[in-house]
Design a protein around this ligand. Structure first.
Ligand code: PLP
Length: 412
């Protein structure tokens, strides 16, 4: 079982889903005067907007990928623009930029394993249309610094919070600091409905544009679709009431999830601290760490590979499509049609992107000597070794001891 939420699916989610089934209203739009209509999508949008401290939430059928794509398009990002994105992220952050027509500009991560603000600023050009910060592996990036840079240059900051629902920064849920935040509810995430996503924003115009894009140009009416003039052509990425219902059941378990993960992470870390050569990722706000992962750094790449092999894990540099140098489809600039921007722009003044293994040496050096011990996420590509949500303190001690002993064995 991959993420924490899915391991807790039970009576609450079933009851919410049964309500939808019995009501007969499966779409997000229903009559406000029929008490049988549960407005589940609307309610989960409100709940998640409140958790992130913003006014608007927009549920999506299309996952965190669609949430990013719609946000970029609704911010007006397109051909000829550049978007700065970390080289360590799930490939979807980059694909969403590509399918907006803009050029992804890869930037370094620092010891937070999130965007390095100094490198971001150095990559800003007159074409930069957005900075896409990804809160990787459950921990917030250097939000204040990145927001200050974005503001200074008049560029919107988008937070990709797919891996960080439930993480906080200075007491506020991630997602509400920039122009918009996006979440994923796939089965690897904090809470899940199988697949789904959400955009959160405080900006009414942006919300209306995102809403229109996700539903054929309609204006948001939350409960019923309004056949009003439409600002532009849209698509259909509406979340269904079934997904909304599952998420309503899941979100009530958020505190249970975070407190359990934090307790297990502390147990593992206590054991590892007996071996001082193990280093850790820098947490920008330790109180706000979601604790789905414990990222450890070993003194060099060789030792990291050996320890990883011993415990049946892999270094983060080998973590599938989370590391730019492993994204072969990006390196080869392959898109569905093979036509159009960003890689095949008619206009020679557009930047077509530059993607090569080795182009982010700081990121490479960090990833090759680090790995994640999964605390609540078991992902064969990212964290094959670790704990699951249902594991208790005994298993946390066993996993911590196993890892500690593997490091001791290879330290000589
Ligand atoms: C950082 C990041 N961004 C975006 C996504 C895309 O989310 P989804 O799978 O819901 O489309 C993911 C999913 O794994 C992710 O980890």
């Amino acid at each position: 079982m991959p993420g924490p939420g899915i391991e807790l699916i039970g009576a609450e989610e079933t009851a919410e889903v049964m309500e939808v089934m019995q009501s007969g209203y499966l779409s997000r739009y229903g009559p406000s005067d029929d008490p049988a209509f549960g407005a589940k999508v609307h309610r989960i949008e409100r709940t998640i907007a409140e958790l992130t401290g913003v006014r608007y939430g927009l549920g999506l059928h299309g996952g965190g990928s669609a949430a990013l794509w719609i946000t970029l398009l609704s911010l007006g990002v397109g051909a000829g623009d550049e978007v700065i994105v970390p080289g360590f992220t799930y490939v979807a952050s980059i694909s969403a930029i590509v399918y907006s027509g803009a050029t992804p500009v890869l930037a370094e991560v620092d010891e937070t394993f999130n965007l390095d603000p100094v490198d971001v600023e150095a990559r800003i050009t007159s074409r930069t249309a957005a900075i896409l910060v990804v809160h990787m592996l459950g921990a917030p990036a250097r939000i204040n610094q990145l927001k200050a840079i974005a503001d200074r240059h008049g560029i919107p900051l988008i937070e990709d919070c797919a891996q960080a629902f439930g993480a906080t920064y200075e007491g506020r849920g991630v997602g509400g600091f920039g122009a918009a935040g996006t979440f994923s509810f796939n089965e690897f995430k904090t809470i899940t409905c199988g697949d789904g996503g959400m955009i959160v924003t405080n900006d009414e115009t942006l919300y209306e544009r995102c809403f229109a894009m996700h539903d054929q140009g309609h204006a948001p009416d939350r409960l019923e679709s309004k056949y009003a003039p439409r600002p532009f052509l849209g698509m259909n990425l509406r979340m269904t009431e079934l997904s909304g219902a599952v998420l309503l059941g899941q979100v009530r378990k958020l505190d249970q999830i975070t407190s359990h993960l934090r307790a297990n992470k502390a147990i593992v870390k206590d054991i590892l601290e007996e071996v001082p050569i193990i280093d850790y990722r820098t947490l920008t706000d330790p109180e706000g760490d979601l604790a789905t992962h414990l990222v450890v750094l070993l003194p060099n790449a060789e030792m990291a590979r050996e320890v990883a092999a011993d415990v049946g894990s892999k270094t983060l540099s080998e973590s599938g499509w989370h590391t730019y140098s492993r994204m072969n489809h990006l390196l080869e600039k392959r898109t569905a049609s093979g036509k159009g921007c960003p890689f095949d722009c008619g206009d020679p003044s557009h930047s077509h992107g530059d993607y090569r293994a080795g182009m982010l040496p700081q990121t490479d050096a960090l990833l090759e000597r680090s790995m994640s011990i999964g605390i609540g996420v078991r992902d064969p590509n990212l964290a094959p070794f670790g704990l699951r949500m249902r594991d208790g303190a005994d298993e946390a001690r066993r996993v911590g001891t196993l890892f500690r002993d593997a490091v001791i064995k290879h330290r000589a």
